[in-house]
Design a protein around this ligand. Structure first.
Ligand SMILES: [Zn+2]
Length: 50
Protein backbone atom coordinates (compact mmCIF):
# COMPACT_ATOMS: atom_id res chain seq x y z
CA UNK A 1 0.00 0.00 0.00
CA UNK A 2 1.30 3.40 -0.89
CA UNK A 3 0.09 5.59 1.91
CA UNK A 4 3.14 7.51 2.87
CA UNK A 5 1.61 10.92 3.29
CA UNK A 6 -1.94 11.53 4.29
CA UNK A 7 -3.80 13.66 1.84
CA UNK A 8 -6.46 16.03 2.93
CA UNK A 9 -9.88 16.40 1.50
CA UNK A 10 -9.97 17.95 -1.92
CA UNK A 11 -11.53 21.33 -2.54
CA UNK A 12 -11.31 22.73 0.95
CA UNK A 13 -11.38 26.48 1.27
CA UNK A 14 -9.30 28.67 3.55
CA UNK A 15 -10.79 29.08 6.96
CA UNK A 16 -10.11 32.79 7.03
CA UNK A 17 -13.25 34.78 6.50
CA UNK A 18 -13.35 36.25 3.04
CA UNK A 19 -10.51 34.18 1.74
CA UNK A 20 -11.47 31.91 -1.08
CA UNK A 21 -8.20 30.23 -1.64
CA UNK A 22 -8.55 26.53 -2.12
CA UNK A 23 -6.35 24.47 0.08
CA UNK A 24 -3.99 21.95 -1.31
CA UNK A 25 -4.62 18.34 -0.50
CA UNK A 26 -1.14 18.40 0.97
CA UNK A 27 -2.04 21.22 3.32
CA UNK A 28 -2.89 19.73 6.71
CA UNK A 29 -4.08 23.05 8.07
CA UNK A 30 -7.31 24.94 7.82
CA UNK A 31 -5.92 28.01 6.14
CA UNK A 32 -4.22 28.67 2.87
CA UNK A 33 -0.50 29.13 2.74
CA UNK A 34 -0.94 32.85 2.96
CA UNK A 35 -2.92 32.77 6.15
CA UNK A 36 -1.09 29.99 7.84
CA UNK A 37 0.59 31.20 10.95
CA UNK A 38 3.07 28.66 12.11
CA UNK A 39 6.27 28.58 14.06
CA UNK A 40 8.31 27.86 11.04
CA UNK A 41 8.77 30.58 8.46
CA UNK A 42 7.49 30.00 4.99
CA UNK A 43 9.78 27.89 2.96
CA UNK A 44 11.42 29.77 0.15
CA UNK A 45 11.48 28.38 -3.31
CA UNK A 46 12.56 24.85 -3.18
CA UNK A 47 15.14 24.17 -5.81
CA UNK A 48 14.86 20.78 -7.32
CA UNK A 49 18.33 19.49 -7.77
CA UNK A 50 17.51 15.93 -8.46
ZN1 LIG B 1 -6.45 32.30 3.17
Amino acid sequence: MHKKSKLQKKGRICNVHGCKNILSVYNPGDCCYIHQQSDTPATPHRIATE
